[in-house]
Write a protein that binds this ligand. Structure first.
Ligand code: ADP
Length: 275
């Protein structure tokens, strides 16, 4: 059964050309999914549908899907990947986590490492953090020249247009949690032995810069939500809501792409006998 064409994608997409602000955005999203159980059931169904669509995308081998995940520390990027893509066979999925650039990467333009990590035709690529770090953390912490950063928005739009025009559908998600929810998750990381590895005391320094990060997100989302690569801002205070919305948008997008299994052109299946 197909989903209602792009209903979720439209509901959470940021309109291109419109000034966007995170302040005032709902971070709970309970209107869409009041029931945790229903959300979980839907997410599993959508994840299975994504697997089937990914198989067709891989077999077709003509186009790719790039899913960009951004969000402040603890916003649930890893958890989203797990919930939405865990049903996918690993053959056709590539995930890249972007950390602070190495010396080699810093010696190139900021999109060099990103372009290399883009999914080949037939693949779903997932970016856990992305080139947007170069207008987010880099801007907030003054890690590059101001004028250089200013030019990056247009460079990103041109880069994403190139991807779109050459067969890669780009879907961008900002996982939007409240500052209170981040505090809760940081405390939980510290208190839980199995989660402590995820905690980095430097996260507390970033937390102090919360308003600057929000401002940098506002600018990046406003300037880089385009018809060819829209931003979606996802309420992410509840894992089940976040997963259900992202899974549905990915599914809707793949259904719209409608990849097809290739059929033979130079032989007729009914005429072949395997003895
Ligand atoms: P994560 O928080 O994504 O699970 P880490 O704790 O290793 O993983 O954090 C990765 C760090 O790398 C983040 O603090 C992020 O801001 C930083 N980073 C990613 N890309 C860049 C970049 N282009 N320039 C500077 N820092 C970056």
């Amino acid at each position: 059964m197909k989903t209602n064409a792009k209903r979720f994608a439209k509901a959470y997409a940021v309109t291109p050309g419109q000034r966007f602000r995170l302040a005032g955005c709902d971070t709970a999203g309970l209107k869409a999914f009041p029931s945790k159980e229903d959300a979980r059931v839907q997410t599993v169904k959508d994840a299975e549908a994504i697997d089937a669509l990914q198989d067709r995308l891989y077999a077709e081998g003509r186009r790719a899907l790039l899913v960009v995940l951004q969000g402040i520390d603890c916003s649930g990027k890893d958890g989203t990947v797990r919930a939405v893509f865990n049903h996918c066979g690993p053959i056709g999925v590539r995930i890249t986590a972007f950390k602070a650039p190495s010396a080699d990467e810093r010696a190139q333009d900021f999109l060099w490492r990103v372009h290399k990590a883009c999914p080949p035709r037939g693949f779903i690529g997932i970016f856990n953090r992305s080139h947007y770090e170069d207008v987010l953390v880099v801007k907030v912490k003054g890690l590059a020249d101001k004028d250089d950063i200013e030019r990056r928005y247009a460079q990103i739009n041109a880069f994403e247009a190139l991807l779109a025009e050459t067969g890669t559908k780009v879907l961008k998600f900002m996982l939007n949690i409240s500052k209170a929810e981040q505090a809760e998750r940081l405390r939980e990381r510290i208190a839980t032995p199995e989660k402590r590895w995820k905690f980095n005391p430097a996260d507390l320094e970033d937390r102090k810069l919360w308003p600057d990060f929000m401002k940098a997100y506002d600018t990046a989302i406003t300037r880089c939500s385009t018809p060819h690569a829209p931003w979606h801002v996802i309420p992410a205070d509840h894992n089940w809501v976040r997963n259900a919305i992202v899974a549905r948008i990915v599914r809707e997008t793949l259904e719209e792409m409608n990849p097809q299994y290739p059929q033979p052109t130079d032989w007729t299946p009914s005429r072949i006998k395997v003895v």
